[in-house]
Design a protein around this ligand. Structure first.
Ligand code: IPE
Ligand code: IPE
Ligand code: MG
Length: 237
């Protein structure tokens, strides 16, 4: 696949869906599906760096995913902790900078610790920013931002009329990251599932029926090639 090097999406966000169905199709447990999904995180992060994507935001656990059976949630948290601890050397080797968005203080303490360690250890890496959405909800993010602003009004004399669409961005979880250019959803569902509601306003959307554990570098290239055919208008003509 030939990509236009001058039109690589700077920020790609992915709803990594379909681990459960992938496992079910093979008679495996859902946890095994999540384990297979984890290997793909590794592969796609590396591929993104090779392609020249600057930021990769991955939806790994939503504020609604707590509704799942306790066993599945526990398995997901264990896998996450393992990724953060085990992959640290390879994060360095591949110059990956780790970040996270979400209500991180709601994660199990062990995961928070592994996360903070990995974020701190990789903050100087300049290859690709891997931004994990964990205990993340788009509505929660907007509400949390509104609360932060309200507190600034109350305690620091901020002026309500000075808040606008741009300055509100400073109250989001990752104020320094630009909006995604491309959103990919695997697993075929055609919905946002509470992902990046504020940031996706003008993001190009690519949906594939491929389950996340089957998503390969070639599929990422295909999504980017499709993106490169789009005419982004941002409301203009
Ligand atoms: C996505 O796969 C992974 C997470 C939500 C953590 P699912 O577990 O939602 O897989 P399906 O949608 O049931 O196939
Ligand atoms: C979205 O997938 C959340 C993540 C990928 C982490 P879900 O499987 O939770 O979404 P729904 O329930 O199908 O909308
Ligand atoms: Mg799902």
């Amino acid at each position: 696949m030939v990509l236009d090097k001058n039109n690589i999406p700077k920020h790609i966000a992915i709803i990594m869906d379909g681990n459960g169905r992938w496992a079910q199709k093979r008679g495996l447990s859902r946890a095994q599906g999540h384990r297979a999904g984890l290997n793909i995180v590794r592969e796609i992060t590396r591929a993104s760096r090779e392609i020249g994507v600057k930021i990769l935001t991955l939806y790994a656990f939503s504020t609604e995913n707590w509704k799942r059976p306790e066993r599945e949630v526990a398995a997901l948290m264990r896998l996450l902790e393992r990724l953060l601890r085990k992959e640290l050397p390879s994060f360095h080797k591949n110059r990956i900078r780790l970040r996270a968005i979400g209500r991180l203080d709601g994660l199990p303490p062990r995961v928070q610790e592994a996360l903070n360690d990995a974020i701190r250890a990789t903050e100087k890496n300049d290859g690709v920013t891997l931004n994990l959405a964990l205990n993340y909800g788009g509505r929660a993010e907007i509400v949390d931002g509104a609360k932060k602003f309200a507190l600034n009004v109350k305690e620091k004399g901020y002026v309500i009329d000075e808040l606008n669409e741009e300055s509100f961005g400073e109250y989001l979880y990752a104020a320094d990251l630009p909006d995604p250019d491309l959103l990919i959803r695997t697993g075929g569902e055609r919905r946002l599932s509470n992902f990046l509601l504020y940031q996706l306003s003008y993001t190009e959307i690519f949906i594939t029926s491929i389950y996340w554990p089957d998503f390969k570098k070639a599929n990422l290239l295909e999504a980017i090639a499709d993106y490169q055919q789009r005419n982004r208008k941002f409301g203009s003509i």
